[in-house]
Ligand binder design. Sequence first.
Ligand SMILES: C[S@@+](CC[C@H](N)C(=O)[O-])C[C@H]1O[C@@H](n2cnc3c(N)ncnc32)[C@H](O)[C@@H]1O
Length: 424
Amino acid sequence: MSKQYIYIAQASKEIISCKIGLTGDLEERLKSYNNRTGKSKDNVYQYLFTCEVRDMKQVEDDIKDEFRRLREEKSKEMYFYNKDLFEDYVKFIKNHKMFIKEIFIKTDIPKEEVKIVKRITPSLEERGVTRQDLLQKAQKIRNDEFYTRYEDVEKEIKMYDAEIWKDKVVFCNCDDAVDTEDDRRTSAFSLYFIRNFKKLSLKKLICTHYSSAVDLFNQGAKGYIFTKDGFSEFKDYPKGYNGSFDDPVSIKILNEEADIVCTNPPFSRAIDYWNLVINSGKKFLIISAMTNPVTTSFIPYFMDNKVWAGFNRVDYFLNPKKEIVSNRAFWYTNFPIKDRPKYKRLKIVPIKEIPDEYKEYDDSKTLIVDNCYIPSDYKKPFAISIFPIFNGILEKGYKIIQDKSYVPIVNKKDKFSRLLVQKI
Ligand SMILES: C[S@@+](CC[C@H](N)C(=O)[O-])C[C@H]1O[C@@H](n2cnc3c(N)ncnc32)[C@H](O)[C@@H]1O
């Protein structure tokens, strides 16, 4: 009987999604994906994980069932991707009773064909490196190059009372380049505040440009500080300054000048950025990954009420080639939010009114709820996903009761990460 495989594949331009599927021929499947994406080799598929299984249809069905909320597109078997989710998928597959063994596939961008190679000794594992580590290292830089679209900045800022900006110094400190000759070379954050400087009655705008290997705005690989102070606009190039948000010069501006910080920081350094900005005590309005509310390093900030969701999710960005790419992010802030429109998405009802398909108990008898159902009459802690957080559950009489993510185990299998909350 021919062999059966389950794989996780990813296209180079869709790094926040992955495909999880089944096949009897791994080489052919990858080839057909890459044929479909065109000959430009711009958007190349690679395998992140492949394994042999006994009954691929059953494994695939169980994956669909287990991760139904993480499935983006049913017809194309697309699932959300990030490091934690990937680990969840792999763990689930490896724990499946039909799992036989992991297959190692050469992950280089294929030229003509992909080769299934025998495991070489010493293995990556023996060297203390996972394939995922290597992929992630390469992707880390690429993961940061998501540039915010003007309309997303405009859409979020419009939701807040204009008074919050009056006489304030706004600091955009993550590669918010400014080219006074060319708007296309100016970051959307900088452009928005320059255009609306008067309307918002800003006192000052300070934007820093980070001199990284990728230079979307063609500003030259040299960090600088752009300042708009009334009608006066100027750029400074302090000696040895690379524009990093944690450079002493940037930190001095943050602590001594800034009132409001507003930007989209690099995803790979998000936790360092959150630590710095939240501990500065300044007001902020920033974009970060959608999964932060269920990620252990960020949870204490939500738990201590130092940050909460803004109004909008952000699904599209521009890549360094200025093409639209998808990613899943959300606005986060410490500005008070009144009358959150998304409250209406919360379904706070007595537990007996929650449909069975949206409630279950894990092996430790902890209740898990889905689809934004929240039990109104349940006294014990229960597990939720990120969506109730975005819809304002923490403003509706519920609190986070564990400062790390909660991974439910159902029938001895790990489910994806959630957050433990309780009615106050
Ligand atoms: C997600 S992009 C957003 C860029 C811009 N703020 C925007 O919204 O369009 C993050 C940017 O931060 C830059 N970056 C990486 N490390 C940085 C650091 N240490 N300090 C400041 N910016 C950094 C990346 O090169 C990238 O351009």
